[in-house]
Design a binder for this molecule. Structure first.
Ligand SMILES: Cc1ncc(COP(=O)(O)O)c(C=O)c1O
Length: 382
């Protein structure tokens, strides 16, 4: 019944974990879910207020603009200028997205013809691959390994693949490894993209969640980046707005135009009150972001400290709300965590073959729940 596009999709491991979690809960287990990358913190109230106000105005009840309303695109441009020192023209270098997932899933439609390669980090956000498969492209995995600081080794990409590649994904701060990229890596990516005529898309969804004074850059700060690529961003993680579905793509005007063409034929934009609220988030006070980072940092310290006491060798991440732990076998470890400690973690294999040998903890639960998770783990023999 289904088209080959759907039939060829890899099995969605996360659905299986959800089933296992639901089963445990039905058995009465108080499950601690460190699996989901969805902030438990609320959206700051000044953002909610802006939504409510805008929702009361009937002018905002119509179809929104396809590309995002000027007030939102201007807010995005001013945020890029203030935060990264990057100048983008709100008229043709910014487009609204229904969350960055919208852009991630649809950009292959713009760039990839059947049989073209897409260079995808492994482990990585699964939609890089599924979007490629929907466009009938071929996925070439770029392994992110501890030995390489979880950066892809561009020299290891075979020449024939590079020559047929249309698109390269980069994602720092990284989900799921929580690693960060030095500016020199971005420079290397720009040179590689120029040489092989590949479009680079930087997924920067986690740039604002960082610790110990680290501030993540934008790929677009790199010399020449605006010629070869774009960046996707989202309000989901920065302002605890995962349910609101709003993000942006920014950068090279030709690529942004292409994305606009595809999206105009697929969706009808983001509800205007959500765009007004997002503009209020981007242009308003930013202490809510610093407050959230302080909360995540405390949780990170409790989790990393606890794991070290348990004998695990773990580096404290500088960014994202994930902790990437080396384990012998990711499915066995995750199953044992659920069965013996009632804790959900995500097996690395779910993020691609090179994710095997790790599990991901999401610190999207309170510090008390993380302490409880550690004390439960203390009762299990590892
Ligand atoms: C790396 C990465 N990119 C993109 C997204 C999509 O987020 P959203 O669509 O909420 O902006 C996620 C969500 O978890 C993610 O982890």
């Amino acid at each position: 019944m289904f088209a080959h596009r759907i039939k060829n999709l890899p099995p969605y491991l996360f659905a299986r974990i959800d089933e296992m979690k639901a089963k445990k809960r039905s058995e009465g287990v108080d499950v601690i879910d460190l699996g989901v990358g969805d902030p438990d913190l609320p959206t700051p109230s000044h953002i909610v207020d802006a939504l409510v106000e805008a929702a009361k105005n009937p002018d905002n009840h119509h179809y929104p603009s396809y590309l995002g309303m000027p007030a939102y695109r201007e807010a995005v441009a001013s945020w890029y200028k203030n935060r990264f020192g990057v100048e983008v023209n709100p008229e043709n270098e910014v487009i609204s997205l229904m969350g960055s997932k919208d852009g991630v899933a649809h950009i292959p439609e713009v760039l990839v013809s059947p049989g073209d390669y897409v260079l995808v980090p492994s482990p990585g956000y699964p939609v890089y691959s599924t979007g490629t498969l929907f466009a009938e492209g071929r996925v070439h995995e770029m392994p992110l390994t501890g030995e390489n600081g979880f950066l892809p080794d561009l020299d290891a990409i075979p020449k024939n693949v590079a020559n047929q590649a249309r698109l390269m994904w980069i994602n720092y701060p990284n989900n799921p490894t929580s690693s960060i990229a030095p500016p020199s890596f971005y420079q290397e990516v720009v040179e590689y993209a120029r040489e092989h005529e590949i479009v680079v898309v930087s997924d920067n969804a986690y740039s604002e969640i960082s610790f110990d004074g680290y501030r993540a850059p934008s790929f677009l700060e790199t010399d020449g980046a605006g010629e070869v690529g774009i960046e996707m961003h989202s309000l989901s993680k920065t302002y605890n707005m995962t349910g609101w579905r709003i993000g942006m793509a920014v950068g090279n005007p030709d690529i942004i135009r292409g994305l606009g063409i595809v999206k105009t034929n697929i969706d009808s934009g983001v509800f205007n009150p959500v765009q007004y609220a997002a503009a209020a988030a981007l242009t308003g006070p930013q202490d809510c972001v610093a407050d959230a980072c302080r909360i995540y940092q405390e949780r990170r310290d409790v989790l990393v400290g606890g794991l070290r006491r348990l004998g695990f060798d773990i580096t404290a991440p500088k960014a994202t709300f994930y902790v990437w732990l080396r384990v012998p076998d990711s499915m066995t470890f995750a199953a044992k965590m659920l069965d013996e400690a009632g804790i959900v973690v995500t097996p690395g294999i779910g993020f691609g073959r090179a994710g095997e040998g790790y599990v991901r903890f999401a610190i999207t639960r309170s510090v008390d729940r993380i302490r409880e998770a550690i004390s439960r783990m203390e009762e299990v023999s590892w």
